[in-house]
Design a protein around this ligand. Structure first.
Ligand SMILES: Cc1ncc(COP(=O)(O)O)c(C=O)c1O
Ligand SMILES: N[C@@H](CCCC[NH3+])C(=O)O
Length: 473
């Protein structure tokens, strides 16, 4: 049996992945926001999402300032809507609002949290490909700044709801530009085979825009495009920008109505693994502004007001999930799956047998669904002590009854990792708690904000009583 030489332990902590306040003490223990994670775990238990408030505010500000700067340079203004689907609580909505952001919601639940936070209705947008009548009514009652229409029937439904409420509903029309982005890839297609938006190439987008203009109960605020998520190659934004500005010009030519705003969506990618390079908001802002200016000049149309909807890039890197290690199990892996038979050319010809150390933690796919759902990769580090210098090739797994319940697929951890240690997985702020479940009746972890040495509970830990309270016998 051969054992691949383990690489170095995955420390020091890559600043692209960890919250800005991350610090390693002389004893190797890690603190966030001035809070020693050992003390936090002792007081609040694990698993827990630990969110760096100052980092969240900073990232929100960076989007507002960099996009504001880039679009001011082309003579227009930009509104940044924080996409609450990534993670929303009343405190987070308030922080976003205090940093000058608005809030993008996708359901009645997200809308309720934004309103409870005191965000003014006109600073909230509501999305959804299947909004209920109650959601539409609630959005109108709250005076939201925009409802983003996602289908032709919704034009009539929102118009009827606005008439009933005695208001004029501000609406955008979400269009699909044929650009589908995510990760490094994007493809241009004439026809989008997915549930969101109305096709530009297929003509439904124009049809919906004209239908909106024909309804006096609707105020057409703008055209919306969201091309995907976790985008690391910004070229898709440029293509989408051109297509929606062309659609805007075409609508103006046919109806005389020049739409005043375009929303270029969210999707800004972050780093999950050491060495990954996140999208730089300043660079994307400059690229988008240049594209808007160039296409508008070419089309002879004035530059519109612009909005964007970042979620992941604002909250993702601000948070780590803190776990306690339980069972540690070395497993001999027959890498080539041949039952460890010798090849024809002698021993070890294709022998990749090695030992993988399965490190079980007290959470898993119920607090981070992304590895199981998307094959997403994360990293992890020991945070209660430095650990020995020797490394093992580890896989961090959860406590659920699924072999796909993997938290971190492949990471070098200190060989002396043991039960009772604390492990932290960085970059879990987006789509972690917001997609968490009660699978295996596991209560969902709390979200704890750290700042200036203080811990504040944003979302409390669920209890077994919470779960039992739902069970009506
Ligand atoms: C319409 C819309 N806006 C904004 C977002 C936020 O995306 P991200 O978190 O990737 O920035 C999404 C999700 O992808 C979305 O569907
Ligand atoms: N939930 C996804 C992204 C979906 C974005 C919402 N439109 C993720 O974790 O990456």
């Amino acid at each position: 049996m051969t054992s691949p030489t383990p690489g170095p332990v995955d420390r020091p902590l890559d600043p692209a992945l960890w919250p800005t306040s991350t610090a390693v003490g002389p004893d190797g223990a890690v603190s966030l926001g001035g809070v020693d994670l050992r003390a936090l775990a002792a007081e609040h238990g694990t698993p827990a999402y630990v969110l760096d408030e100052v980092d969240f505010r900073r990232r929100a500000r960076v989007f507002r300032e960099e996009f504001g700067r880039a679009f001011a340079a082309i003579g227009t203004e930009v509104d940044v809507y924080y996409a609450g689907k990534a993670f929303l609580s009343t405190a987070v909505a308030r922080w976003a609002a205090e940093e000058g952001l608005r809030i993008d919601t996708a359901t009645g639940g997200e809308l309720a949290v934004a309103l409870r936070a005191g965000v003014p209705g006109e600073h909230i947008g509501l999305h959804g490909n299947n909004k209920s009548d109650a959601e539409i009514r609630r959005a109108l009652d709250a005076g939201v700044g925009r409802l983003v229409l996602d289908s032709l029937p919704e034009v009539d439904r929102v118009a009827a709801a606005a008439a009933a409420a005695g208001v004029r509903a501000p609406v955008m029309v979400r269009v699909t530009t044929g650009v589908h982005a995510g990760g490094h890839e994007y493809i241009s297609t004439a026809h989008e085979d997915q549930k969101f938006g109305l096709s530009v190439a297929g003509g439904q987008a124009l049809e919906a825009l004209e239908a909106v203009l024909a309804r006096p109960e609707l105020d057409l605020v703008g055209i919306h495009s969201h091309i995907g998520s976790q985008i690391l190659d910004p070229s898709g934004f440029t293509v989408a920008t051109r297509r929606i500005l062309e659609l805007r010009a075409l609508l103006a030519e046919r109806t005389g109505h020049l739409v005043r705003e375009v929303d270029l969506g969210g999707g800004y990618g972050i780093a999950y693994l050491p060495g990954e390079v996140p999208l730089d908001p300043a660079e994307v802002a400059d690229g988008m502004a240049a594209a808007v200016a160039a296409v508008c000049a070419e089309l002879g149309t004035p530059v519109p007001r612009v909005s964007i909807e970042p979620g992941r890039a604002v909250v993702g890197p601000t948070t780590v999930t803190l776990y306690t290690v339980g069972t540690v199990k070395p497993v001999v892996v027959d890498g080539d799956g041949d039952g460890d038979q010798q090849g024809p050319d002698g021993p070890a010809e294709d022998d990749r047998t090695f030992t993988r150390t399965y490190v079980s933690v007290d959470g898993g796919m119920s607090d981070n669904l992304r590895p199981a759902l998307y094959g997403a990769r994360y990293s992890a580090a020991l945070v209660n002590r430095a650990g020995g210098a020797d490394a093992v090739r580890a896989r961090v797994v959860g406590k659920h009854c699924e072999s796909g319940d993997v938290v971190v697929h492949d990471v070098q951890l200190p060989a002396d990792v043991r039960a009772g240690d604390l492990l932290a997985v960085p970059a879990t702020g987006a789509y972690g708690r917001s997609m968490a479940s009660n699978y295996n009746l596991v209560p969902r972890p709390p979200v704890l904000a750290v700042r200036d040495g203080e811990v504040r509970v944003l979302v409390r830990r669920e209890t077994e009583d919470d779960l039992l309270a739902l069970d009506m016998g």
